[in-house]
Design a protein. Structure first.
Length: 311
């Protein structure tokens, strides 16, 4: 006998979307999030029909398993990322609505790409994800489950095999990290972000070093992620002058480079294309009326969701 959960494709799709949203926020990687969700479902269907019928809440079971898988992945990811060539940046997310006028990719009812299933909100802002990367795996899981997905500490304790008090402490520690970052970089309205990113694009297209310096915070930093697959600076470029010179150097090396204003993780960003191929997706952090951080993702494996509909 199958459960309602197994029989109803709509319920299955909804749970899959929720789990992809959770796993991406926990891992910062679409590929790893997809793998974690696939493994979660594999474990569900590995249960005998009788054991599945005995599960009181399949959604809670799936969340518990997915969270534990992500916790294990986060632990091993730290080791893998130590061997990663250059800086590791979370996968940038496109806003498909921006490109396809609200039509699902391919015109179908179900999105095949996990990027299409992630809800864009402040919890996927690139700056937010970068702070999450600085947390311990336990802090990140406790914080995301409680502060983003609103699970109680009693529920989180069952997922993490810790006491509610320990989970509360983990989330509190993570919250302090987020608070410190927000205090350092006060929020800028999205409308203001869009205008500043547009000015940055225009200055970059014009190869105007002076204009770029004027748009950058003196202590700005640019981090690039090529993953060892394409050329990219291995260490952050720091300071407005150096970043401006670096940006102009890139433009000089790629005649015909086309810059597009696009949403990146729900915030104004830029996409650089050459001959119709997406080479770089850039996310920005703004402080006041200046750009303080740029995250430039060049690793082609992280740019797969950006290969369609950008023209």
């Amino acid at each position: 006998m199958s459960t309602t959960f197994d029989r109803d494709p709509g319920v299955m799709d909804g749970e899959r979307r929720r789990l992809i949203n959770l796993a991406y926020r926990l891992l910062g990687s679409l590929a790893e999030a997809e793998d974690a969700v696939q493994e979660t479902y594999a474990r569900w269907y590995a249960l005998s029909p009788g054991r599945r019928d005995a599960v009181e809440s399949p959604a809670a079971w799936l969340t518990t398993v997915a969270s534990r898988i992500c916790l294990d992945v986060l632990g091993s990811a730290r080791v893998r990322r130590e061997a990663y060539v250059g800086a590791w940046i979370p996968d940038p997310l496109p806003d498909r609505m921006e490109w396809f006028g609200g039509r699902p990719v391919g015109g179908g009812a179900e999105a095949a790409d996990p990027a299409d299933q992630v809800t864009l909100d402040e919890s996927v802002d690139m700056a937010f994800l970068v702070v999450l990367e600085s947390m311990t795996p336990a802090e990140r899981v406790a914080f995301v489950l409680h502060d983003v997905f609103r699970y109680s500490f009693a529920e989180i304790a069952g997922i993490m095999d810790r006491t509610p008090a320990a989970c509360r402490q983990l989330a509190s520690s993570a919250r302090r990290r987020i608070g410190a970052e927000r205090a350092r970089t006060p929020a800028v309205p999205v409308s203001g972000q869009a205008g500043l990113v547009r000015h940055f694009k225009e200055a970059w297209e014009a190869k105007d070093i002076r204009a770029l310096v004027g748009l950058l915070d003196p202590d700005a930093a640019l981090t690039a992620d090529g993953g060892g697959l394409v050329s990219a600076v291995l260490r952050p470029v720091e300071g407005s002058e150096r970043i401006a010179q670096y940006m102009v150097h890139i433009a000089d090396r790629a005649p015909g480079l086309k810059l597009l204003e696009r949403s990146v993780n729900g915030r104004p960003g830029l996409v650089a294309q050459l001959a119709g191929v997406t080479l770089t997706v850039a996310a920005f952090q703004l402080t006041g009326d200046r750009v303080s951080r740029i995250w430039a993702v060049r690793n082609p494996e992280k740019l797969r969701p950006w290969t369609e509909g950008l023209g």
